[in-house]
Design a protein around this ligand. Structure first.
Ligand code: BES
Ligand code: MN
Ligand code: ZN
Length: 501
């Protein structure tokens, strides 16, 4: 459920709620000449001087990432006051405000609050959209399958954001945009968190259909028969070892006069057992998240459908379950592809790049101005970058600059990795056009090089090797560091960039 968010010209100290969370810029220490309005005004007096005392004790100066909590003992109309530092006003950026919003919502959840009051300084007011995104992302919990005592005692329902001046129409628009964007990211997280017995390829297709229906998008789902007819042999190979058959999902948004055409492709392995090259038991359960790339695409399309940019956007998902059985594809197999080239199968656990190869070959026919794929593709990338950062590759510098700028604007941790040409030799096959895995070293890079073989003449391509399966904060909150849904904000930023261009 989205939060009920109200923006009001009000002083936080006078508001009532279960928790009040106030953000401040670095405190000036009383040396200021003209006294500016602060969302903290009135609190110290109401609390009988306890707040300033507490600041001194904790050495709280309003620096970034500093925070203090204090019980109000009934002296204001909320049980608890939390003050968070934002650092210097001039250095404040959207991502800082988003992380603050998330902190406030997570604090509210910790306090079992239903009603939250948020106070922000003037410097944060332009970032209302980011604040709302943070609130919604931080409030997120995945509690669908817990019952009885395990259910959360309270759920954050409403947030009052206190600002200096009476909010105008732009503020309302920013709140709406923030909620739409966060709903997309949280949908991605929900899909990723669903267990694999519930979310199999066709169920993912149904989820995409429901999103399309809600927002007036087009959605075509190619079933197993269509996949075979079209010659998507790699998607067939990966998916045929499961009772749950694969599908290809194609969602699209076409505005009247689109400025550009962007395509986002996602790996939708609803469960990755490794296939015949079966994975060890430890951590296999995490492989329910192996459709996080697909979840990001569906979540992004939900946001696109709600926000209706003047850019044509396609979301394409290759969905399959990678299982071992009598019909499963094998190491040593040689398969064709939608591209036409033959691929020698080395390890059936490198299934992601195979389904993506067909999805990319399908996407390139649509003639995108920018093609972005995202996938929980390699353990190697996570070994290199950890669980809070995704790796990415671009096929030229101009595209790389554009992607780097988008990632920077959202604050998502995305680290560029190199397409090292010298590793290409690893993909040479004795019996087919190409093999799909290389040696042990450079595993994320050789996967990216393999994918690049299937983009045809697309001029601008980015591949993201995302860390979905092992992010620590899968079912709870959001703190700006990774977590499922990582990348969606950056992808939307690319769409906005295309609209501005
Ligand atoms: N889905 C995995 C990659 C993965 C594993 C991501 C663990 C995050 C956490 C992928 O399908 C896979 O199994 N990749 C193999 C490739 C190898 C066989 C060349 C890997 O990374 O080990
Ligand atoms: Mn695998
Ligand atoms: Zn996988």
């Amino acid at each position: 459920m989205p939060l009920k968010i109200t923006v009001r010209s009000a002083q936080p100290v006078k508001e009532s709620g279960d928790v009040i969370v106030v953000a401040v810029n670095t405190l000036s220490g009383g040396s200021k000449k003209k006294k500016e309005r602060s969302p903290l005004d009135g609190f110290d007096r109401a609390l009988g001087g306890a707040l300033v005392k507490r600041f001194r004790k904790d050495d709280f100066k309003g620096k970034k990432d500093q925070s203090v909590g204090i019980s109000t003992l009934g002296k204001v109309k909320a049980d608890r006051l939390i003050v968070c530092g934002l650092g210097d006003a001039d250095a404040l950026r959207g991502p800082d405000v988003r992380v603050f919003g998330a902190k406030a919502a997570r604090a509210a959840n910790t306090e079992k609050a239903k009603r939250l009051v948020v106070g922000i300084p003037a410097s944060a007011e332009p970032f209302m959209r980011e604040l709302v995104e943070g609130l919604e992302l931080g409030a997120y919990r995945f509690t669908k399958y817990v019952t009885g005592d395990r259910r959360p005692k309270a759920e954050l329902a409403s947030v009052t954001i206190c600002v200096a001046d009476k909010p105008d129409a732009t503020v309302k628009a920013r709140v709406d945009a923030g909620q739409a964007m966060a709903a997309g990211v949280n949908l991605a997280r929900d899909l990723s968190n669903e267990p694999p017995n519930v979310l199999y390829p066709e169920a993912l297709g149904e989820a995409a259909r429901a999103v399309a229906k809600e927002h007036g998008l087009k959605c075509v789902v190619l079933d197993f028969k269509k996949i075979q007819e079209k010659g998507m042999k790699l998607l067939q190979a990966v998916g045929q070892g499961s009772d749950r058959k694969p599908c290809l999902i194609h969602m699209s948004w076409t505005p009247p006069k689109p400025k550009k055409k962007l395509i986002f492709v996602g790996k939708g392995i609803t469960f990755d057992s490794g296939g015949l090259s079966i994975k060890p038991a430890a951590g296999m359960g995490d492989m329910k998240h192996d459709m996080s790339g697909a979840a990001n695409v569906v979540g992004l399309m939900a946001a696109i459908g709600a926000l209706k940019p003047d850019v044509e956007v396609h979301g394409i998902v290759a969905a399959a379950e990678n299982m071992p059985d009598g019909g499963a594809y094998r190491p040593g197999d040689v398969w064709g592809s939608l591209d036409g080239r033959s691929v020698e199968i080395i390890n059936t656990d490198a299934e992601g790049r195979l389904v993506l190869a067909d999805a990319l070959a399908y996407a390139r026919e649509l003639g995108p101005d920018l093609l972005v794929d995202n996938a929980t593709l390699t353990g190697a990338c996570m070994v290199g970058l950890g669980t809070t950062c995704s790796g990415w590759y671009a096929n030229n510098e101009e595209t790389a600059e554009m992607f780097a700028a988008a990632a920077k604007a959202t604050g998502e941790n995305m680290w560029r990795l190199p397409l090292l040409e010298e590793l290409k030799d690893q993909l040479k096959s004795d019996c087919a056009d190409i093999k799909h895995t290389g040696d042990r070293y450079g595993g994320s890079i050789t996967a990216a090089l393999f994918l690049r073989e299937f983009i045809g003449s697309v001029g601008a391509w980015v591949h993201c090797d995302i860390a979905g399966p092992s992010t620590s904060d899968r079912a709870r909150g959001w703190d700006g560091k990774g977590a499922t849904g990582h990348g969606v904000l950056t992808f939307y930023e690319l769409v906005e960039g295309a609209s501005r261009a």
